[in-house]
Design a protein around this ligand. Structure first.
Ligand code: TXA
Ligand code: MG
Length: 323
């Protein structure tokens, strides 16, 4: 089918209450018309996500902020101007257009203008907002290819739009602008240093598991294997002690990392944005090999390294039943 036919079909499905997988530059989203309550409920059902966890509304352009938010502070316009379309989500006081189904009953709404050409084309043709969480089952690794989506959600979605591998590879950076001073709720595909540069002051990172941000639950983004974190210099020792205990071990780490013979390594480069781009794919590849434990090397805590460390920390967190 021609891309333009697929686009028309995608938009028709969204207009008729369908749920489709939509590529963005960060991860693939599970998309529904944000103003169709039944369609939004289906997204929650497919994902297996609690209905109180709010979704991001994706829009075609920054101007739409005025219709989805009842107040747009100057800082929001500045960030939108600098980084949209792109991997940034802004949390603002909601207008009546953002329903309880999307916001989980909160008084705020999360908004983003994605950069991926297919996402933009769909949003422009639809002319409204698309509510889309990452297109994975709740608590699991986010999809960065159409293949990942098909493997996870298969027949549950009405259409999977294939836009190739995601170029950023981790979810958007979420900035809360609803409480006065901006704060980062989830480090992601836009470096926090960039936010601070544009606003001319440091933007604090306030990740807390008390807000209803699924990505901020202690255990999230988790593969089936256990995950153990290590600085690159201590990875080999970690592997030895796990192997001595009879564990089948794999390693996520940079090329050139010295490892005991026979231990598979899944290449996650040292450079933070390169690491972000491949992180979820490597987690999935490693998981397919049936390891008991993955030893994951942490990138440095700068740029997108903050997001990679955050996701690895959550993948390594103790798991609660059902996740
Ligand atoms: O890059 C992304 O952000 C991807 C792509 C598809 O756009 N989407 C994504 O959605 O990661 P999701 O639902 O997996 O994560 C969005 C996060 C959730 O943790 C949700 O709780 C939080 O955004 N969120 C949504 N609305 C919020 C609000 N009003 N206040 C605080 N957090 C909110
Ligand atoms: Mg998610």
């Amino acid at each position: 089918m021609l891309t333009s036919d697929l686009l028309i079909r995608a938009v028709e499905l969204l207009r008729r209450g369908g749920v489709i997988a939509l590529p963005t530059e960060t991860v693939y989203g599970l998309a529904a018309n944000a103003e169709d309550e039944l369609a939004v409920r289906r997204v929650f059902a497919i994902k297996g996500r609690p209905a109180t966890h709010p979704l991001i509304v994706h829009v075609a352009e920054a101007q739409a902020l005025s219709s989805w938010a009842r107040h747009v502070p100057e800082d929001a316009w500045r960030l939108a101007e600098a980084f949209w379309p792109g991997p940034l989500t802004l949390v603002l006081p909601r207008s009546p257009r953002a329903t309880d189904a999307v916001t989980g009953g909160q008084d705020t709404v999360a908004l983003r203008v994605p950069h991926h050409p297919l996402a933009r084309a769909v949003l422009e043709a639809l002319g409204g907002g698309v509510a889309a969480p990452s297109a994975n089952r709740f608590g699991r690794v986010s999809p960065t290819t159409a293949e990942h989506v098909r493997a996870d959600l298969g027949a549950d979605v009405d259409l999977v739009l294939d836009g190739g591998p995601c170029t950023v590879g981790v979810e958007s950076t979420i900035v809360d602008l609803s409480q006065g001073e901006p704060a980062v709720l989830r480090p992601g595909g836009l470096a926090v240093e960039e936010l601070s540069r544009v606003l001319g002051r440091p933007v604090p990172v306030r990740v807390s598991s008390t807000v209803r941000v699924s990505g901020s639950l202690a255990s999230h983004y988790a593969p089936r294997a256990g995950v153990v974190l290590a600085e690159p210099s201590e990875a080999a020792a970690r592997v030895e002690s796990l192997r001595a205990r009879g564990q089948r071990v794999g390693v996520l780490g940079p090329p050139g990392l010295a490892l005991p013979p026979g231990i598979p390594r899944y290449d996650v480069p040292e450079e933070p944005s390169a690491a972000a781009r491949v992180l979820y794919t490597r987690l999935r590849e490693a998981d397919e090999q049936g390891h008991d434990v993955l030893v994951a090397c942490l990138p440095r805590a700068e740029g997108l390294g903050l997001a990679v460390r955050d996701r690895l920390n959550r993948a390594a967190a103790p798991r609660t039943p059902g996740e």
